[in-house]
Design a protein around this ligand. Structure first.
Ligand code: PEP
Ligand code: MN
Length: 343
């Protein structure tokens, strides 16, 4: 439920409402808009005497929330959330591209890729140090060593880094290095992990589970928000369907739907979404045209040697060409993508 305050409600009116709601053991989230203030109610509302609240000074009305997610809901928060990472604003006018290898494989591989993606205009460097692999015999990532290389690549290029955390016990370690914590599709409903990253104030890139409905996806975001971390970025990465020609099926609907239902920034990952490098450009462009705030793209200098996801990784020259096309698509939909020559 949200309590919509009158335009002329005073600060004291708002505080009285908050106090009354708290007296029923519920929490509040206040959103101060240009026109009016909204007090969102968090918790089990069954015993809340709504009519009493509506009688308080300055209250216009109490409105039930249609969705089970609250803090993630566009009904609860006025305007769009911009997640700030260093100088990069995710969810603003600018389309933010996060690019880099699937996995950090070596110092040289990462630094070579970091320089290339920066030159092409990427604003964030990606690379997995802890890899959630289907087989226990596949390359699992370099762990702490990989995090060290990411920090080195950041120091060299100035690009903030996003990297995955796969276990609640690793959150502290990964947070020491990462600018953005990535929660992968396989952990999208690992509620203990979501809660743990929610206790940090690091921005979180939350990927959609391959079997998650959009409502479930937003409930995952809700776990992070409810633990106190407001910096959540949503990422559609394709879902499982009967179609097997592509690795996953990109749900392009997710972009406008998530932007309708939520105030959080929405990214799309065309690499895992398609599983095929030659399909990545078309889907990347479609995502920007559909209103995505950014993209997550895998780039490898020698995909044929990649230890994971070589099939879907773009070579640097193809990535640079895509960035030029994306800048034109962005302009066509009144967004910006700056192709900044790099290091
Ligand atoms: C990744 O981004 O490298 C990754 C493992 O993606 P997903 O969790 O979407 O499969
Ligand atoms: Mn990958």
């Amino acid at each position: 439920m949200i309590i919509v305050m009158k335009r002329d409600a005073t600060k004291a009116d708002v505080e009285a409402v908050i106090e009354r709601v708290h007296s029923f053991g519920l929490r509040t989230h206040v959103s101060v808009g240009e026109e009016r203030t909204i007090v969102g109610i968090i918790g089990d509302e069954r015993n809340l005497p709504v009519h009493q609240i509506e009688r308080l000074n300055g209250v216009e009305r109490a409105v039930p929330i249609l969705h089970p997610f609250k803090l993630a809901s566009s009904e609860f928060v006025q305007g769009r959330t911009v997640v700030q990472v260093g100088n990069v604003r995710i969810g603003g006018e600018e389309i933010v591209v996060m690019a880099g290898p699937c996995a950090v494989e070596s110092r040289e591989q990462l630094i070579e890729t970091a320089i290339a993606v920066k030159k092409a205009g990427a604003q964030i460097l990606r690379g997995g140090a802890f890899k959630p692999r289907t087989s226990p015999y596949s390359f699992q990532g370099l762990g702490r060593e990989g995090l060290e290389y990411l920090a080195e690549a950041r120091a060299l290029t100035g690009l903030p880094v996003v990297t995955e955390v796969v276990s609640p016990t690793d959150v502290e370690l990964v947070s020491e290095y990462a600018d953005i914590l990535q929660i992968g599709a396989r952990n999208s409903q690992n509620f203990a992990l979501l809660h743990e990253v929610g206790l940090t104030h690091k921005p979180v890139l939350l990927k959609r589970g391959m079997m998650s409905r959009l409502e479930e996806f937003l409930m995952s975001a809700e776990y992070i928000l409810a633990a106190g971390n407001p910096n959540v970025i949503l990422c559609e990465r394709g879902i499982r369907t009967f179609e097997t020609y592509t690795r996953n099926t990109v749900d392009i609907n997710a972009v406008p739907v998530l932007k309708q239902l939520s105030h959080l920034p929405v990214l799309l990952d065309p690499s895992h979404g398609t599983g095929k490098w030659d399909l990545v450009p078309a889907v990347a462009k479609a995502a920007v045209a559909a209103g995505a705030d950014g993209l997550l793209i895998e780039v490898h200098p020698r995909p044929e040697e990649a230890l994971s996801d070589g099939m879907q990784s773009l070579k640097p020259d193809k990535f640079a060409a895509l960035m030029r096309d994306l800048a034109r698509v962005a302009q066509a939909v009144d967004r910006k993508l700056t192709l900044e020559a790099g290091v």
